[in-house]
Design a protein around this ligand. Sequence first.
Ligand SMILES: [Fe+2]
Ligand SMILES: [Fe+2]
Length: 326
Amino acid sequence: MSKDKVTGAGHLEIGRRNFLKTAAVSAAAAAVGTSGAEAQTINCAPVAGSVAWKQPGNNRHMLELAGGAPVKKGPVTLEYFGHCAFKLTSPSGLTMMFDPWRNDPSGAWGLWFPKDFPRQVVDVCLSTHTHFDHDAIDRVDATTVLDRLIGTWSFADVKITAVADKHSTDSPGWYKWINVVKEFGGDPYPPNNPGHLDMASFVVETGGMRILIWGDNRANPPEEVWKQWGKIDVLTLPVDGSQHILSYEQGNKIVERLKPKMVIPTHYLCEGVSVTLTTLQTADDWVKSQKNKKNLTDSKLTLDAGDMASMDREFYYFGSHATHGT
Ligand SMILES: [Fe+2]
Ligand SMILES: [Fe+2]
């Protein structure tokens, strides 16, 4: 008989023995953090799933845009929520949240984010892969959820090309997190990698720009992937001082190849959002080593295709300026 029980409040209490089992299963599946979702169902009654039916807001805004609201020209707004989470707002007002974060529900990877992801009502929510630091789609009140989309999606003044590839597996820094997968008998490398090391990166075309949401993609994808990314104006890239996902060298090579007008570092230690237990460091040193850089003083950035026309590989660094909960 299971030692787990669901409390009157609907919360799952996991017995100590099952917690350890849960943690082990999660760790076995893990790289920088698997969701551990499958582990949650071990030896216990199914837990209630999505509660999206209770979320605030409705599809009124998307109905207006679908109903022929005039497509506006103008800038795109980018708001940083720390780690790899961004909210983009198209010139016509379509709002998209990328890679909302949460803590690993199994506890195996520890506490990364002391506060919950701040709830937001948006039109579209997207996640690049199933790691906990990218997949909190339940924390976003969205009309449309595009979880690990592959292919193209277009609506109003936005087209998204979602490119299937693989997660980085090099772990080039001191912390060899990829070894956890091997220690539990998994093969992290394509083509036999577990599903949590699959990736979908997103090229967002809006406002006359092409914005690449890199996620945790590997540094050396096949030529076909580079072809699908094409010309990129704004590149988001996961490089931090611990070189957890990509090394400085890998990051620099990617920037050299894509030659974007703007580079936005992600996946770094962000005061107010993430803590030292992540093992991440800031991206300060990587940004300092770049020729063209700007330290931002706000979590919001306006992207204007006209203003950006003369830019060449300029680093725009949010540092600890991120929108977060209290
Ligand atoms: Fe990841
Ligand atoms: Fe990640």
